[in-house]
Write a protein that binds this ligand. Structure first.
Ligand code: ADP
Ligand code: MG
Length: 232
């Protein structure tokens, strides 16, 4: 097998507040291949967010190693992490994380501004991305003028702005009703195919798990392969 896009080895994360210690991840290891959609399931508090934050370079582990496209995330300095998060990884969060005063198009353009993409190219790609997520006709609306599902579509378009190799989505359907959630998950499924990105998606929604290529389960910080999902 060629080198995996994501390799996680012996990851451990302990939160300390005063004398109390919470072991959020215990020696977690897994790999994800190019173009693979991996679901990480587990109930609230099982360590999903902690794991995704470590893979995305938003946090540092107490032990273990994360490699993304051959770069060792866990040993990068701050500038290396910045470029990793800007150029290599796209993030999607439960709460969308859009900038309220910007239009849908402007929100999608933000990562390209940060990457100093030339204006004409940026505008063209924003149009393409909004069309890709089905929002071509909503480019000028602000987040409060959009439904929850539409907001998450904007966030997904934004996450793809700089052509990431890896999409990290932390409970992307957590604030959506189940039907809208399913549409968002189907969109992610389709984009993983069409854009060739690898995706790690945390969810505790059993209905969404069936769309994944592979399912991993976290229980109290311990990761194991989940049983094969039942067909929908
Ligand atoms: P999930 O995303 O699956 O709900 P988390 O990764 O958020 O799980 O949390 C895993 C465990 O770590 C939980 O017991 C949680 O309370 C604890 N935890 C998460 N973040 C912190 C923090 N910043 N400080 C202390 N404990 C934390
Ligand atoms: Mg979480």
């Amino acid at each position: 097998m060629s080198e995996p896009l994501v390799a996680v080895e012996g990851l451990r994360r302990v939160y300390r507040s005063g004398p109390k210690e919470v072991v959020a991840l215990r020696e977690v290891s897994f790999q994800a291949g190019r173009g693979e959609l991996v679901a990480i399931r587990g109930r609230s508090g099982s360590g999903k967010t902690t794991l995704l934050n470590l893979v995305g370079g938003l946090d540092r582990p107490d032990a273990g190693r994360v490699t993304v496209t051959g770069r060792e995330v866990t040993s990068l300095a701050e500038d290396g992490l910045l470029s990793l998060r800007r150029d290599v990884i796209g993030f999607v969060f439960q709460s969308f994380g859009l900038i309220p005063v910007l239009s849908a198009a402007e929100n999608v353009g933000v990562p390209m501004r940060l990457a100093r993409t030339p204006v004409a190219e940026r505008e063209e790609r924003v149009r393409m991305l909004l069309a890709l997520v089905g929002l071509a006709d909503h480019a000028n609306q602000r987040p409060y003028e959009l439904s929850g599902g539409q907001r998450q579509r904007v966030a997904i378009a934004r996450s793809l702005a700089n052509r990431p190799r890896l999409l990290i989505a932390d409970e992307p359907t957590g604030q959506l009703d189940s039907q809208t959630g399913r549409q968002i998950m189907q969109l992610i499924r389709a984009l993983v195919r069409s854009e060739g990105v690898t995706a790690l998606v945390a969810t505790h929604d059993p209905g969404l798990i069936t769309l994944a290529d592979r399912v991993l389960e976290l229980r109290d910080g311990v990761l194991r392969p989940a049983d094969a999902p039942a067909p929908a």
